[in-house]
Design a protein around this ligand. Structure first.
Ligand SMILES: Cc1cc2nc3c(=O)[nH]c(=O)nc-3n(C[C@H](O)[C@H](O)[C@H](O)COP(=O)(O)OP(=O)(O)OC[C@H]3O[C@@H](n4cnc5c(N)ncnc54)[C@H](O)[C@@H]3O)c2cc1C
Length: 418
């Protein structure tokens, strides 16, 4: 007997049955929705988060906004404002409560920094840069190191800088020339760091330097007290914007650093620096969102007042569409930053990619929006009396710090091609 036709028929029937049950399950969308109760994906902030944001907004508007221009012009940051931020717990917000911090997460930091940046980006830069300086200790420090340094950083009693960039090593971090040679008792650090934020006011710095093991040179990370002999702070850079915070060169000449100040093992420095930046880039992104929102708000108010051709300029459709585009871009950037903060807070895979995406997208949006805001104000937008030109100058820096936006695209592409 020839079994082949029978076998073929059975296989066809089986195939049809499998397809039937498979597609019945997959295509029964309604049943799925009803069964899972609609599978709510909650994009909204909780009531508590909204109240927290509201309280920072009030602080920003009542205590910070009126000082923004003076801070940018004078280049001096008022001590009273710093004390107020300490008292309000803003400086300590991201650190764990066991280190006297506020126990906040990255998303909460983003909510707070957005509000500060929308009125005074120099002010938002203070806790943001403090977190950048402290993050190598958070991600690479021992419990003893954390206990020693983080409580003072969280209380604002101690300021900390992040010293990675050098004259010959910017984007190409690994080509750094600063060396840390172990003499049997201490590391002896020699080299130069460049553009280090708040180096003049910092008490402590996280410094990255090359150490040599056998024939191999690797980057190591150290906590360095700034009053250690051999450290000289160079001149304050004369910047285009963000003049309210200092950026300095730092010279290290035979600076003795005890081995207990090394973060992790010898050679862990590059990994610690990258992990740090992965976690702090969303904060640069949110500064950009705040700045862009501030620029848009100022521009909207102006267009409702300014009259040309017998109408307020807000009535011209060409400008309305510009403002609609600006608002759309800001909201998209905000959501991407929140998403990156959420992914990093949850410890989900993809933190590095989302952090780079958020920083890159939001800061590009900020540059575009602040440029358009100047345009909306016409000649006035170019003048110092209005904050719009300040927003515009400040926006440019955000595309450069913590890795230029070209480097963010390299990070994203590397993650995609992994
Ligand atoms: C105001 C300010 C504050 C700063 N604060 C700090 C701080 O606190 N601590 C710290 O360590 N650093 C700090 N920096 C340094 C900052 O992170 C660097 O400036 C930045 O990483 C770029 O390095 P670079 O300036 O040497 O530029 P370069 O690396 O020389 O880049 C020049 C240009 O080449 C592009 N480029 C380089 N490599 C590539 C590539 N592979 N592909 C495509 N394009 C590329 C860059 O995108 C850029 O457009 C600060 C900088 C400024 C301006």
């Amino acid at each position: 007997m020839n079994w082949f036709p029978l076998l073929k028929t059975v296989l066809i029937i089986l195939n049809v049955l499998i397809r039937y049950f498979y597609y019945k399950e997959i295509l029964n969308i309604k049943k799925f929705i009803l069964k899972k109760g609609g599978m709510k994906l909650d994009y909204s902030l909780s009531e508590e988060q909204k109240m927290f944001r509201q309280s920072v907004r009030r602080f920003a508007q009542e205590k910070v906004a009126s000082l923004a221009e003076e801070i940018e012009e004078s280049g001096n940051y008022p001590d009273e404002l710093l004390q107020m931020m300490n008292q309000q717990g803003i400086m300590g917000l991201p650190y764990e409560t066991k280190y006297n911090g506020g126990g906040g997460n990255l998303l909460m930091m983003c909510l707070a920094m957005e509000e500060l940046a929308s009125v005074c980006a120099n002010t938002a830069m203070v806790p943001t840069t403090q977190e950048l300086g402290a993050m190598p200790i958070v991600v690479g420090g021992s419990e003893e190191q954390k206990q020693k340094y983080l409580p003072k950083i969280a209380s604002g009693e101690s300021r900390i800088s992040f010293a990675l960039t050098e004259p010959e090593a910017g984007s190409d971090v690994a080509s750094m020339r600063t060396k840390a040679h172990f003499d049997g008792r201490n590391y002896i650090v020699n080299g130069v760091k460049r553009f280090i934020s708040y180096a003049d006011v910092a008490d402590v710095m996280c410094v990255f330097a090359k150490t040599k093991t056998l024939n191999e040179e690797n980057v190591s990370a150290f906590i360095v007290d700034k009053n250690t002999p051999g450290i000289t702070i160079g001149k304050k850079e004369n910047k285009m914007g963000f003049r309210g915070f200092s950026s300095c060169e730092v010279y290290f000449e035979n600076v003795m650093v005890p081995p207990e100040n090394r973060l992790g093992e010898e050679g862990d420095g590059f990994k610690i620096a990258m992990k740090t930046l992965d976690k702090t880039r969303p904060l640069v992104g949110i500064l950009a969102v705040g700045l862009a929102q501030g620029a848009l708000d100022t521009a909207i108010a102006f267009t409702k007042e300014r009259k040309q051709f017998g109408h307020t300029i807000s009535q011209f459709q060409g400008l309305q569409w510009m403002m609609a585009d600006m608002a759309m871009q800001i909201e998209a950037a905000r959501q991407l930053v929140y998403k990156s903060a959420y992914v990093i807070d949850q410890g989900e895979l993809g933190g590095a990619k989302y952090g780079a995406m958020a920083k890159c997208f939001a800061t590009d949006v900020c540059m575009k929006v602040t440029t358009d805001a100047v345009q909306l104000l016409g000649g006035v937008g170019y003048m110092r009396e209005f904050p719009t030109e300040r927003y515009f100058r400040q926006a440019k820096l955000l595309q450069i710090v913590e890795g230029t936006n070209q480097i963010q695209r390299v990070v994203i592409a590397n993650q995609l091609l992994k």
